[in-house]
Design a protein around this ligand. Structure first.
Ligand SMILES: *[C@@H]1O[C@H](CO)[C@@H](O)[C@H](O)[C@H]1NC(C)=O
Ligand SMILES: *[C@@H]1O[C@H](CO)[C@@H](O)[C@H](O)[C@H]1NC(C)=O
Ligand SMILES: *[C@@H]1O[C@H](CO)[C@@H](O)[C@H](O)[C@H]1NC(C)=O
Ligand SMILES: *[C@@H]1O[C@H](CO)[C@@H](O)[C@H](O)[C@H]1NC(C)=O
Ligand SMILES: *[C@@H]1O[C@H](CO)[C@@H](O)[C@H](O)[C@H]1NC(C)=O
Ligand SMILES: *[C@@H]1O[C@H](CO)[C@@H](O)[C@H](O)[C@H]1NC(C)=O
Ligand SMILES: *[C@@H]1O[C@H](CO)[C@@H](O)[C@H](O)[C@H]1NC(C)=O
Length: 542
């Protein structure tokens, strides 16, 4: 998400652990395979989305004639690929992006692109020539690049090229047909031995057949970050007030770190590049800390719980409840074991640490474990300049695809060997007084203090500006007073000598210029801070 490629892959580090632990997945052929998928194949812009172990969602693009599987990432805005691309043109600019699993560096190129039934000529992208610092072999994970589906303003390539040729893929597609609606939809499948009546799909400017109801859902207006930090803009909205309902059926109350957030509402980013949703630590503790046998694993920074623990969690957006499938809340996808070697499952709603927003721009990142439960529509609205319609603010629509009753039954089949033990004593939550809390590291405490200061940067900026203006004002005023006094004295003397002094004296003007130039300094300093501090990921030039 968060910020370009980096954070997206960050979340994969946990997933890649599982590769080491020799994965043993039970992937059954689904008997209900699937009407939606077959229908959609006839639709030119509905393409299948491949699921790698519930940890990566991948679709094919064709770039310069080569078919390339790329990770779908609503949390970043650039396209990058590895390997050879035929018919590509080097644009002579190098970009390097650092992220948790390594550094993606190379040259900005342009080549013809086909994606989801649309053709774009000379799409700018990053041709990564050096993958030596990747901590995992992405090809073995099933992808050879990444497509950012976030707002254009977050594009590093656009920033580098600084003209329309650097626009992101979706911006290019939406700009081609100014009368089509500017939206993308995403339907993510769940890989486990559960019946699911659909497979993953991605569409542009049309809806997956059978899911038309999505356009009736509430339009959740995207919450925008400050204009000066629009590089950090993501697909983010407010939850409803008290809009996160925990396993005990009660709202989980956590204060937002976003200064402008209304009471009891949290800013939530939707990021298909994140395997594990990132939530405030107190929220993660409230979800898993009352489970019998729960343990916090400090190395992996996740809660582990018994695999047969059935939990519930719902999010409320626009007055609609979106339940999370219990298989998505307690995941067996990571092959973890406890100290005695027994298998344990991962509490997927992970305390947010490395993706914590130092600028206080969001509270929660909802990744794949959430997005599998909704069919999601992302409307870019006026983020696309060239459209003649669809000029409203960007918005998100979510259609729940998880039925609580069916999800309960799925869990009983998959994790309880078909015998519903959800009422057993071992499944009951501990009383609040016995709830466990995960430890907060010193680094995390420091982050929180920093956030409290940095998130108020607009106020601090305005405060500094006001201070500079007041100081400049006082200096100017004192000069004027001094000048007037001097003039008055000179006039008196001149009058005494018979000389006319009108039109002299420029020194106060220089004072004003000085005052202005120091405002500019403050402005530039703040702006640089904005871009440097978030998340610790920096783009740098090679
Ligand atoms: C991508 O293309 C390859 C080769 O044609 C195909 O085997 C694979 O299934 C495709 N993947 C997706 C997600 O469509
Ligand atoms: C990758 O490209 C950059 C910029 O063109 C170049 O400096 C670097 O040597 C290349 N690295 C490799 C491994 O080819
Ligand atoms: C543009 O989009 C509209 C609405 O989706 C569609 O009717 C029209 O055929 C499209 N035009 C082109 C040239 O694709
Ligand atoms: C394509 O999708 C639309 C709905 O978006 C549906 O009405 C139409 O029948 C589909 N076309 C085909 C050939 O399946
Ligand atoms: C859209 O328009 C705004 C204001 O006119 C401009 O600053 C911005 O660069 C434009 N964006 C694109 C992608 O053309
Ligand atoms: C959920 O599924 C059950 C059993 O299949 C069905 O009876 C119920 O109507 C469904 N609920 C909703 C809200 O669709
Ligand atoms: C899966 O579908 C089959 C056939 O439709 C049904 O018999 C079975 O109960 C379903 N399993 C689950 C876990 O829902």
């Amino acid at each position: 998400m968060l910020s370009r490629l980096p954070s997206s892959l960050l979340a994969l580090t946990l997933a890649s652990l599982s590769v080491v632990h020799a994965f043993n997945f039970d992937i059954r052929v689904r008997s209900t395979f699937n009407q939606h998928g077959l229908h959609a194949r006839d639709n030119k812009s509905s393409i299948p989305v491949h699921n790698t172990r519930n940890a990566e969602y991948i679709a094919n693009i064709t770039l310069g004639g080569r078919e390339i599987p790329v990770l779908l990432d609503t949390g970043s805005s650039d396209l990058w690929v590895t390997g050879q691309v035929p018919n590509t043109k080097d644009l002579g600019k190098s970009v390097s992006v650092n992220y948790a699993v390594g550094k993606a560096g190379g040259d900005v190129n342009a080549a013809d692109l086909d994606f989801a039934g649309y053709h774009v000529s000379q799409q700018a992208y990053l041709l990564v020539n050096d993958t030596s610092s990747f901590s995992m072999d992405i090809k073995s994970q099933g992808f050879e690049g990444l497509i950012g589906l976030g707002p254009n303003s977050g594009s590093v390539i656009l920033d580098k090229l600084d003209d329309d040729t650097g626009n992101s893929v979706l911006n290019r597609i939406f700009s081609q047909n100014t009368t089509s609606a500017n939206y993308l939809t995403l339907l993510l499948g769940r890989e486990s031995s559960v019946n699911q009546s659909f497979t993953g799909q991605l569409t542009i400017s049309e809806v997956v057949p059978g899911f038309e109801q999505i356009v009736q859902m509430p339009k959740l207006t995207v919450e925008t970050v400050h204009r000066l930090t629009d590089e950090d803009q993501h697909w983010q909205v407010y939850t409803d007030a008290n809009g996160v309902i925990g396993p005990d059926g009660q709202p989980i109350q956590v204060d937002s770190i976003v200064p402008k957030a209304p009471d009891n509402q949290l800013v939530t980013v939707f990021d298909s590049g994140y395997t594990l949703p990132q939530v405030p630590r107190a929220m993660s503790d409230m979800i898993y800390g009352r489970v019998q046998g729960a343990q916090y694993n400090e190395d992996a920074a996740v809660w582990t719980v018994p695999c047969d623990q059935m939990l519930s969690l719902s999010f409320m957006f626009g007055g609609v409840e979106y339940p999370i499938h219990p298989l998505d809340l307690v995941s067996s996808d990571f092959n973890m074991v406890d100290a005695t070697g027994n298998p344990v499952c991962v509490g997927t709603f992970q305390p947010i640490t490395s993706a914590f927003s130092l600028l206080g721009e969001y509270d929660i990142i909802l990744g794949m474990s959430f997005l599998r439960n909704t069919y999601s529509l992302f409307d870019y609205g006026d983020w696309v300049n060239e459209s003649s319609n669809d000029r409203q603010d960007p918005y998100i629509q979510l259609l729940s695809v998880t039925n609580k009753t069916q999800a309960h039954n799925d869990f009983v089949q998959v994790r309880m060997n078909g015998v519903d033990t959800s009422n057993a004593a071992s499944q009951q939550l501990l009383p609040v007084s016995q709830m466990q809390h995960s430890p907060i590291s010193e680094a995390e405490k420091k982050q929180m203090y920093e956030e409290e200061v940095l998130s108020r940067w607009p106020e601090i900026f305005v405060g500094c500006l006001a201070f500079v203006l007041i100081v400049a004002g006082i200096i100017t005023w004192r000069c004027c007073v001094a000048r007037r006094r001097r003039r008055a004295r000179e006039a008196q003397q001149a009058a005494a000598m018979g000389i006319n002094t009108n039109g002299g004296s420029g020194s106060p003007a220089y004072r004003i210029v000085n005052g202005q130039s120091s405002q500019v300094d403050v402005h530039e300093m703040r702006t640089k801070n904005q871009y440097d501090s978030p998340y610790g990921y920096k783009t740098s030039e090679v």
